[in-house]
Design a protein. Sequence first.
Length: 221
Amino acid sequence: MDVRSSEVTIPAEAVELTADLLVPAEPTGVVLFAHGSGSSRHSPRNVAVAHALNERALGTVLVDLLTATEDQLDARTAELRFDIGLLAGRLAAIVDWLATERPFGAAPIGLFGASTGAAAALVAAAARPDLVRAVVSRGGRPDLAGPALDQVRAPTLLLVGGLDEQVITLNEQARAALPGTVELRIVPGATHLFEEPGTLEQVADAAAGWFTTHLRHPIPS
């Protein structure tokens, strides 16, 4: 698969954020990643999933949701990584940028969130129902999306490790609160970070299938 990569700066509310764009020759969709607490756009798990999506002609956006200064603060205090409203607002701004600047053309937009990033992705999806066409959560905390859950219209796939019992319970509760198309899939033998052999590949395959199915219609002109 021929994939063009570039590093860009995206304005998001009052800050500018660094992102890596991976653009297949003819993208059928674009997936914006929301990494988990204490992580970055260089997360090896998200990078691996992004590459798997690229192989399926899906473009990807891996972005640092905190500035360098904020990241240094968060490393000391861990306060910003759980600020779901802040992270969701920035994701929504990046969705707007993708829809306006169109680095992937008119490819429809999906969100992939891990851990706390899943909550931010769901809040952003609720805020941009006409632009976000699908959401996938990996080992996510969708419960942290709070009252935004019942406003999500995008088809949502919740992926949880079979050994991640507490998070399974939280995802079951979120599934009950999500009003649209929603599916909870358990990956057998996987813990929270999907570090066991073959488990992350299952996540990537499930995510690719979900996005390929639900990212069908171009962004309106």
